[in-house]
Unconditional design. Sequence first.
Length: 106
Amino acid sequence: MERSNKLCNAYAPFNHPDSKISGFELITVREFNDYQGGTIIQEVRTAEDFLDTDEFGVDEPFYRLYAVYRPHYSKSRRAIGDFYHISEAIIFLEELTGQMVKVHSI
């Protein structure tokens, strides 16, 4: 089966001196059925996890963008958006950072 969405784990630094954010993570996630009849969203970080969970996912994998806070801040990261196409996530990251973002996925 040919997948339209692929595994992606990327980090884009953000160097604004006044920001509490040090960068942005773009992580592949999948939605799964849970035992109570709902769903959960789980990060997929390795190629092995990506392939092993293929038959259990509710739908195609998608991408979640996180803001990563600087060390010693009260939070470590915050989810700021979900994207179903990597190109949409890259465009949004470029709009946020003002820099060209290169993402390699498998």
